[in-house]
Design a protein around this ligand. Structure first.
Ligand code: FES
Ligand code: FES
Length: 173
């Protein structure tokens, strides 16, 4: 059985937004620091660093997870997705991002990456959420700016667009 030694850097292999990646991390290094400082994924934000604010939420092996509660060495062999994967191209927003922009669902944007990643996973498993379900999900995220209402509106609108309901409404009009 391999042992992790404090102060020693250990190899970590994983996929990041669909691409194979490798790095090295000391056993105590947080995944947030690894992503931001070694992988260059600065879209993952760091707020409380103890699992409360949700700003650091990413997708690990298909599930939303707090990167600040995960050690970098734990992701060896995992598939990671960060907020950078939501845009289909450098000059185009993804459905969720565009809905947030339309609905003014962000102000300072500090909370936004984490909320987008939680919603991304949630809407894949719950394509027809109601407002209560979105509000329940948002209890895991702190936003000091928006009052949450525009975030709820954006999430419901994005869900409808993902289901194809919005394009149907436009063609019915
Ligand atoms: S920084 Fe991870 S939950 Fe706040
Ligand atoms: S937009 Fe500022 S904390 Fe949410």
């Amino acid at each position: 059985m391999s042992r992790l030694q404090a102060g020693r850097r250990h190899p970590v292999h994983f996929t990041l937004n669909g691409r194979p990646c490798a790095g090295e991390a000391e056993p105590r290094m947080l995944l947030t620091d690894f992503l931001r400082h070694q992988a260059g994924m600065t879209g993952t934000h760091v707020g409380c660093e103890h699992g409360v604010c949700g700003a650091c939420t990413i997708d690990i092996d298909g599930k939303p997870a707090r990167a600040c509660l995960t050690l970098a060495v734990q992701i060896d062999g995992s598939a990671l997705r960060t907020v950078e994967c939501l845009a289909p191209a450098a000059d185009r927003l993804g459905i969720l991002q565009a809905a947030f922009k339309r609905n003014h669902a962000l102000q300072c944007g500090f909370c936004t990456a984490g909320i987008l990643m939680s919603l991304d996973g949630f809407l894949r498993e719950n394509p027809r959420p109601d407002e209560a379900a979105i509000r329940d999900l948002l209890t895991g995220h702190l936003c000091r700016c928006t009052g949450y209402t525009p975030i709820v509106r954006a999430a419901l609108e994005a869900a409808a667009e993902m289901r194809g309901d919005l394009s149907k409404e436009k063609s019915d009009a």
